[in-house]
Design a protein around this ligand. Structure first.
Ligand code: GLU
Length: 299
């Protein structure tokens, strides 16, 4: 695939753990197996959640595991003007409105916004984002989104029913992940987004934004995220330990096995470069397990 461009887009909220290495590896192998480029984007637009030094740590960890990206890394903190421009474009299309619903009200809605602050209901129509208001984008009734997921197969979502009008700028004035990720996937010319299935329900929102802005729509593939023995996703919140810096090959071998690849016995213990070369050559999407992947000891 000559025009394949993939990416890994970590948030610098802490060092990589086994679960994030596994997601990075899936996107890396899919890109390399298809003769594609693999880009890196640091999603550093949420300072309250970021850990000082984590962005550099992540880059070092990737290199240490042999996962070299193409070209310079893109930092979302440098892209605020582009997000602002997209906000303006959507506002000119009359799709945006400020929302002042408080947390207690939002909690009671169970993640599906009911349009309470929509223009003509309780607030003025102008997009005057006042202190403490978020900005939402309107989603029409019956807006169904279909896509063919490379890993999960045929997917469908009625955006109004699954999320309702969603936030593209947060009440603290920060751009929402959904907006920034969509703009940058298009900006970097990403053709294939391979990531964890914890983001599967974000995809329809990103497709909606890309459609509205007339931007390039990538193919998506969502690999099952790794869970710990309590059945919860390995993440910083669930105290997944950082990847050990010794024996990077062992972590790569573990992730390859979790992705459904069985290394030939003489490859075990090989340096990461050799493991990755072998895996790029033998990668097939159909071997990715579809059910959730559990590890007993994530360290
Ligand atoms: N930055 C997001 C995260 O670390 C991932 C974004 C994406 O792959 O779309 O969860």
């Amino acid at each position: 695939m000559a025009d394949y461009i993939g990416r890994f887009a970590p948030s610098p909220t802490g060092p990589l753990h086994l679960g994030s290495l596994y997601a990075a590896l899936a996107s890396y192998l899919d890109a390399r197996a298809n003769g594609g480029q693999w880009l890196l984007r640091m999603e550093d637009i949420d300072p309250p959640r970021e850990v000082p030094g984590a962005a550099d740590t992540i880059l070092h960890q990737l290199e240490h595991h042999g996962l070299y990206w193409d070209g310079p890394a893109l930092y979302q903190s440098q892209r605020l003007a582009a997000y602002q421009q997209a906000l303006l474009t959507l506002s000119e299309m009359d799709l945006l409105y400020p929302c002042q619903c408080n947390r207690a009200r939002l909690r009671s809605l169970n993640h599906v916004y009911d349009g309470y602050c929509r223009p003509g209901r309780s607030t003025p129509t102008a997009l005057n984002k006042s202190e403490g208001s978020a900005i939402r984008i309107q989603v029409p009734v019956g807006y169904e989104i279909y896509w063919h997921d490379i890993v999960q197969g045929q997917c469908r979502s009625d955006l109004r029913q699954s999320t309702g009008d969603f936030i593209i700028m947060r009440r603290d004035g920060l751009f929402a992940y959904q907006l920034a990720v969509s703009i940058d996937d298009a900006y970097q010319g990403i053709s294939h987004v391979i990531r964890g299935d914890d983001l599967l329900d974000s995809t329809p929102r990103q497709l909606y934004l890309l459609q509205k802005l007339g931007l390039q729509i990538p193919s998506y593939g969502h690999v099952p995220v790794i869970k710990n023995n309590q059945g919860t996703k390995l993440s910083k919140q669930t105290f997944a330990p950082a990847l050990p810096s010794s024996a990077p090959g062992t972590s790569i071998e573990r992730c390859l096995a979790l992705l459904g690849m069985s290394l030939p016995s003489d490859a075990a213990g090989a340096p990461v470069e050799q493991l990755l070369q072998w895996a790029s050559k033998h990668w097939t999407r159909t071997q990715i397990p579809l059910s959730s992947v559990q590890v007993i000891d994530p360290s």
